[in-house]
Design a protein around this ligand. Structure first.
Ligand code: HEM
Length: 404
């Protein structure tokens, strides 16, 4: 039986991407799932000739094994494909054990379940304030009015970034992660990156002179190998948090509400029994993994019969792996009752996402608060949410409407 989902993507374009996979190509956004399914079925470990060539790993087992083997699959050569200009590693993401643990240890406590759970009242209050702004209008652009400002504001406060610059932060992160989709701004991704780094460097100096109760100030006392942290390592670590913290949760939230707007039956399950929400969050995370991450290869190795060579690059196609029928029963179904949902959305192994507790808490609270105020909604007729692709993918906009 053909279990592939129906697709509107032209068959020739699916074939093109199977041969020349390019996660930066906007056309892939029309249906990355059709392409990923075809790749998993035809070549679970396939080679793409774009961006100087890289392997694309689309089956669950290989994807998981790669993430758990930092000796053969290094992060120190960059998690981004292509690396883009002069490569400067982002610690801890783009470092390997044993150095990796030293950097990760510096931020892990701030993002521990205990510290993150303390943010719950603040996140609920912010949800309420944002919903107040559009509730009576019976419509909103969910991405612009809710999914972007909510995690951005929480993150900005945690880090000790000036709240009045929240909108600029979001624009810069958007430009860096997926340049073509940051509205009318004329800035390039490179300029946005330079501007962000300069801004963060100035702020680190300001905190050095006048420490506050925030993550940035706490990092100033950080010690690595008995020495104060190298200022450049600190800057790029804060920059990684900036990139990881601003855009990813916005994308995950937007995808969740796109599916819920199209599926009243799933919404009804949440309304009937809100205790299903943590499972719903996991299932949406599986269904829409947001990030595809890369590795370098340190020695010749065979992956599903393919000869992968030292110095090659590998992209983990989590979109395909998270829907691998060898791991998930009925993978194309959104099923809140799914047991043992071992998705790869936050990664596994040493680099497992530091921000996962924060992301999960935000997604859970949003499902609770939004449905308590706006239980029934749909995608505004005449609008179509468009997906941007990149290593971080997401929605440009999601127009929702409801009856007040
Ligand atoms: C739904 C939202 C998110 C998704 C899907 C996500 C996904 C991921 C993935 C897949 C990795 C592993 C990368 C690898 O194996 O190379 C990762 C690592 C990381 N994430 Fe997230 N992330 C999210 C939210 C966040 C947030 C909110 C923060 C911080 C505020 C954050 C900070 C980090 C950091 C610092 C790492 C590097 C960890 C290490 O290398 O040890 N992430 N994330």
């Amino acid at each position: 039986m053909d279990t592939r989902p129906a697709t509107t993507m032209d068959a020739a374009l699916v074939d093109h991407f199977v041969e020349h996979f390019d996660h930066h190509d906007a056309r892939l956004g029309a249906d990355p799932f059709a392409v990923s399914t075809a790749m998993r079925e035809q070549c679970p470990v396939g080679h793409s000739d774009v961006h100087d060539g890289f392997w694309v790993v689309s089956d669950y087992e290989d994807a998981r094994a790669i993430m758990q083997n930092p000796v053969v699959f290094t992060s120190a050569k960059g998690a981004r494909i292509p690396a883009g200009g002069k490569h400067r590693s982002l610690p801890p993401l783009e470092t390997d054990p044993p150095d990796h643990a030293k950097f990760r240890g510096l931020i892990a406590k701030a993002f521990s379940p205990r510290n993150i759970n303390a943010l719950e009242p603040k996140i609920r209050r912010l949800c309420g304030m944002l919903i107040d702004q559009f509730h009576a209008k019976s419509e909103c652009d969910f991405v612009r009015d809710f999914a972007a400002p909510l995690p951005t504001t929480i993150f900005v406060e945690m880090m000790g970034l000036p709240v009045e610059d929240t909108e600029s932060f979001h624009t810069w992160a958007t430009l860096i992660n997926h340049q073509a989709h940051a509205g009318d701004t004329a800035m390039s991704a490179g300029e946005a990156q330079q501007r962000t780094l300069k801004y963060l460097a100035d702020l680190i100096e300001a905190r050095r002179a006048d420490p506050q109760d925030d993550i940035m100030s706490a990092l100033l006392d950080a010690v690595v190998d008995d020495e104060p942290i190298d200022p450049e390592d600190m800057l790029y670590m804060v920059f990684l948090l900036f990139l990881g913290g601003l855009d990813t949760v916005t994308s995950a939230m937007s995808f969740m509400f796109q599916h819920l707007a199209q599926r009243p039956d799933l919404r009804q399950q949440i309304l009937d029994d809100p205790t299903v929400i943590p499972r719903a969050v996991e299932e949406f995370l599986r269904y829409e993994p947001v990030i595809m991450i890369g590795r370098g290869v340190t020695e010749d190795v065979e992956l599903s019969g393919c000869p992968v060579k030292a110095e090659d690059r590998v992209l983990i196609n989590s979109i395909a792996a998270n829907r691998d029928p060898a791991q998930f029963t009925d993978p194309e179904e959104i099923d809140f009752s799914r047991d043992a949902n071992r998705h790869l959305t936050f990664g596994v192994g040493p680099h497992r996402c530091v921000g996962s507790h924060l992301a999960r808490l935000e997604l859970k609270i949003v499902l609770e608060e939004f449905h308590a105020r706006i239980p029934h909604y749909s995608i505004t007729p005449g609008t179509t949410p468009t997906r941007h692709m990149n290593q971080v993918n997401g929605l440009d906009s999601l127009s929702l409407t409801w009856t007040a």
